[in-house]
Design a protein. Sequence first.
Length: 461
Amino acid sequence: MKIKNICCIGAGYVGGPTMSIIAHKNPNIKVNVVDMNADKISAWNSKDLDNLPVYEPGLSKVVKEARGRNLFFSNDINKYIDQADMIFISVNTPTKTSGEGMGYAADLKYIEACAKQIAEVSKTDKIIVEKSTVPVRTSEKIRQILKLNNSHVDFQILSNPEFLAEGTAMRDLEIPDRVLIGGDKTPDGQKAIESLVKIYTSWVPRKNILTTNLWSSELSKLTANAFLAQRISSINSLSELCEETGADIEEVSKAIGMDSRIGSSFLKSSVGFGGSCFQKDILNLVYIARTLGLEKVADYWEQILIINEHQRNRFSSKIIDFIKKENLEPEVLMLGWAFKKNTNDSRESASIYVTNNLINNSIKVDIYDPKVKEYQVNFDLSSLNPDYDASLVNYIDNPFINISSYNTVVITTEWDEFKDFDWKTVYNNIKKPAYIFDGRNILKSEIIKKIGFNYLGLGRN
Ligand code: NAD
Ligand code: UGA
């Protein structure tokens, strides 16, 4: 089937950027991105390209080029489902907060709602593409819902998980390591796969497009995230060992990463990984393994999350203990709120947990982030602890305001501007003794110490 009209349900961090690129690379295909969140859609349609709902370097340029030509954002979900030949489901799949599997399993209610709505509205044959990250065999569930609610239309189901990372989404989409497409082994299934392959080959070399069965595709996405997170927890666990032995985690990371069998990516020690996906996808993997009676497998993967939480708490305790031991002013300047640099996303950011630990110890936290807004900081803290003491938290637009009142700076996000600060001037203005807790190991410890700061990184002495 030649695809002329695409609908994507979900205009979030995945739906927005992926559809912008598909529209940009395929000017002859009409791409309608729909969402039930009216505010989000009006922000995607906003003239002010600096205020799109998703901040990603390079995104606004692509939106500017394609929007209004063949890229559209709308709340009229039924209309665009009806018109489409191909529908991407790109809605959120958070961890369940109630019912069976609570705290572990992925909540598929948004996926199921989409499947039901598609079935109810569709009058012509359609290819349904699972873009969201889902438990293995979810496509079977979608198929059942579609069949049960509409027996007149043929639906082919594909799995096409997204591997983009926030902050580098546009580059990841332009030059993906691979595009993965799973589908049925039937002739119709294979035709559906080819329709989607054709869209991607507008810019991705065919050899980088991998086609598999549905279940392999679904499971590969979950396990790719689990492997990436596993490397971070491995290096973070070693950072503690370094502190006890005098080894330096940056040196160890470099030494092991130069082994071509290991590779150097994802070996940066940090205050812990955040983001909306690693934790929820591993919890989901753990749940699937436990449901299948694979206790040892479940325990193995769960350990990644235990180390991540340990690392966040360990970092918080270092700050709290120093403030108490050195009798410092119980007030810190926190640099960074986003879960990584170059994004406005703060979901599951380590900074939320560290701040909560600090304020629980009556330490005042002044927070600065170049892209995350004040309401989001308040939302994040109250979601973790509805009774948090807001009087201890202050959002600031300029990190140097009141710099002379702090003894302590805490770095929680690796924004380039923090690395590039004139730390000598900061030192001259900040209250003494001056401490830096570098939760990202972004500063050159020798230089910072030479300026006069007391420097504490992770896994460095
Ligand atoms: P998001 O929360 O940013 O966006 C999801 C959007 O779906 C929301 O705007 C929500 O309003 C909308 N939505 C939910 N149900 C709907 C419905 N029935 N009808 C219309 N709109 C509906 O989520 P995201 O970060 O884009 O993630 C989406 C999926 O992609 C998740 O499964 C996630 O695991 C996966 N994923 C995310 C990333 C990432 O970097 N964020 C990367 C790869 C994969
Ligand atoms: C991750 C994966 O990298 C993507 O391939 C995947 O598509 C996505 O999850 C998803 O499914 O949502 P993302 O979470 O956006 O992407 O960002 P990452 O670059 O993976 O970083 C995740 C967290 O790990 C961040 O907090 C980051 O600071 C931290 N990290 C990363 C480290 O602490 N050390 C590292 O060496 C690398």
